[in-house]
Write a protein that binds this ligand. Structure first.
Ligand code: PEP
Ligand code: MG
Length: 582
């Protein structure tokens, strides 16, 4: 039966393919397809893990104190029964045999199915047994991890007609998909500028987030259409709908090919003002896509993605240096702006001292995030600073600091950069002594207290994603408030316009590297506010360039002033329309 779901569009385009469902628990384990010849050994791995858990439970039973409450014995009995229950064991084997899932994936998939059944049960006692099943599965997974041999990372063997459907995907997990070919993404949760959405956008494939209940309503292998322009997901489409979307898909492919023609033309407005279009990257090799799209530099290298998926430790200086140097060399002389680690909120690290703070912090987005974390871990911060500075000996590097708000944070950061330089001098290591240091303007306090920044730093970069989040008090990853996340809110526009104007007056270069910079419907507005340097995902670069080439700054002056003078939403929209038509 065909039906349509609505969510938040985060990455443009149309994808048509088969649903590839990923259960939440499955995201914590490797999932890949096995060869038919591996089926029996995969089942054997399950049996070995099952025996291990059986032994664990029996040891627990033997260790029970004589006066332990009788529930303890009963609880072990229930867990032993679940461990051998056909609903768990045989069905998992079935998934291994018929779908050729690796055992961890099969087990978590079966857990997900059972959980759904349990959710429908009215009897509260029985419904609560779901937690027991989860605990048993966790034990088996742990045993499998202990016994596992080189399973490889992430998702393997997926094919390129598949569309990932998941309840939620953490940014770190999303990174796994960088090396896989999927047609699109659909998640139940998420907001337009959640880091998951940002990574999906960087992959340049259609995606919709906040599509509530998608992972419960869509079944494995369902044929689905993802309309990434409108955030629509059509399940089991009628032939005529499929035909219409296939046509639109080919039209879009044609548009993309036409845009390629703009790649080599200089980026300037009709009145001849040169505009810099730089790229946002997450991994060093993304620099290739940046060069391919004609970026004139990297405006934002989000280094925290190098630190994620490092389960046991953070990368050493040499490893970081290698990554930064690689990006710098791939950019072949063009500037690379390397942002120091921005962890916390929706990007926690797997392991680090104080990692528990993320779990216990009531408001992690307001907690020990970004530069606040770096300053609380000076040795780790110095390691990163040395690695970045060393990369500056191989090309043009700038250092960008996230989430600064206070004068003393800027001063402490600059002191540590001086210290890192001293340490490199002592070790006789080369770096660019004039490397520029800039700040992200992404907290309203930073924009309002701009003179603090203008006096101390070489350049600024406006992070509109967080600036909107913190100005409007909207969690950017929370789909329940996503409708209130508004880049066109007068307060947001005023902070951006003020920052651009004051930086220009002080002669301090300023760019925008938040998602607004890559939104072609906002290009003219930003140009009219005086922006001359944009940084965005490479996939957005040519469509934004097309807007720049069509714009004349003089004609934008009046309608952009009207937008800024408007407070009522309808007036803002009407003035914005005039900006688009100018
Ligand atoms: C921003 O906040 O706009 C930004 C570019 O940084 P991030 O999205 O990584 O928080
Ligand atoms: Mg930010």
């Amino acid at each position: 039966m065909s039906f349509t779901l609505h969510g938040i569009p985060v990455s443009r385009g149309i994808a048509i393919g088969r649903a590839y469902l990923i259960a939440p628990a499955a995201l914590d384990v490797d999932h890949y397809l096995i060869e038919p010849a591996q089926i029996e050994s995969e089942i054997e791995r399950f049996r070995t893990a099952q025996q291990h858990v059986h032994y664990e439970l029996e040891t627990l039973r033997a260790d029970l104190a004589a006066d332990a409450p009788s529930e303890m014995g009963a609880f072990i009995n229930v867990h032993s029964m679940i461990l051998n229950d056909a609903m768990l064991v045989q069905e998992t084997f079935d998934l291994i045999r018929t779908r050729r899932y690796n055992v961890e994936w099969a087990l978590t998939e079966q857990l997900e199915r059972l959980s759904r059944h349990f959710d429908d049960i009215e009897d509260e006692y029985l419904r609560e047994r779901k937690a027991d099943i989860e605990q048993v599965v966790e034990r088996v997974l742990k045993a499998l991890a202990g016994a596992s041999v080189a399973l490889g990372d992430g998702v393997h063997g997926a094919c390129d007609e598949m569309i990932v459907v998941a309840h939620d995907i953490a940014p770190a997990d999303m990174m796994q998909f960088k090396t896989q070919t999927f047609q699109g993404f659909v998640t139940d949760l998420g907001g337009r500028t959640s880091h998951t959405a940002i990574v999906a956008r960087s992959l340049g494939i259609p995606a919709a987030v906040g599509v509530q209940h998608a992972s419960a309503l869509i079944r494995q292998d369902d044929l689905i259409i993802v309309d990434g322009d409108h955030g629509i997901v059509i399940v089991d489409p009628a032939p005529i709908v499929l035909e219409e979307y296939s046509y639109r898909q080919s039209e879009k492919a044609l548009e993309q090919r036409k845009l390629q023609r703009l790649k080599f033309s200089p980026t300037q407005t009709l009145c001849g003002t040169r505009i810099e279009l730089c790229a946002n990257i997450e991994l060093p090799d993304d620099a290739r896509a940046a060069v391919d799209a004609g970026a004139t530099g990297v405006g934002l290298f989000r280094t925290e993605f190098l630190f994620m998926n490092h389960k046991d430790r953070l990368p050493e200086e040499e490893e970081q240096f290698g990554a930064y140097r690689r990006a710098v060399e791939l950019m072949n002389g063009l500037p690379v702006t390397i942002r120091t680690i921005d962890v916390g909120a929706d990007k926690p690290l797997d392991s680090m001292s104080g990692g528990d703070a993320y779990e216990t912090a009531a408001n992690p987005a307001l907690g020990l995030r970004a530069i606040r974390w770096s300053l609380s871990e000076p040795q780790m911060f110095l390691t990163q600073l040395r690695a970045i500075l060393r990369a500056s000996a191989f090309g043009s590097v700038k250092i960008l600091i996230p989430m600064l708000a206070h004068a003393q944070e800027i001063d402490q950061t600059l002191d540590l950069i001086r210290e890192a330089k001293r340490q490199l001098d002592d070790a006789g290591m080369a770096y660019d002594p004039n490397v520029q240091v800039g700040a992200m303007i992404e907290i309203p306090a930073a924009a309002i207290a701009l003179p603090l920044f203008l006096k101390r730093l070489d350049f600024l970069s406006i992070g509109t994603n967080d600036l909107i989040q913190y100005t409007l008090a909207i969690d950017r990853a929370d789909n329940s408030v996503a409708h209130l996340y508004d880049p066109l809110h007068p307060a947001v526009l005023h902070l951006i316009a003020f920052t651009l104007r004051e930086a220009k007056r002080a002669g301090v270069p300023v760019s925008v590297c938040g998602e607004m910079a890559g939104d072609p419907t906002l290009t003219r507005l930003l140009l009219g506010m005086g922006l001359t340097e944009f940084s965005m995902h490479p996939s957005q670069l040519l469509v934004v360039k097309q807007e720049v080439l069509r714009s004349h700054l003089k004609t934008l002056e009046k309608p952009v002033a009207d937008v800024l003078a408007s407070f009522e939403p309808e007036e803002v929209q009407a003035a914005l329309k005039r900006v688009m038509l100018a």
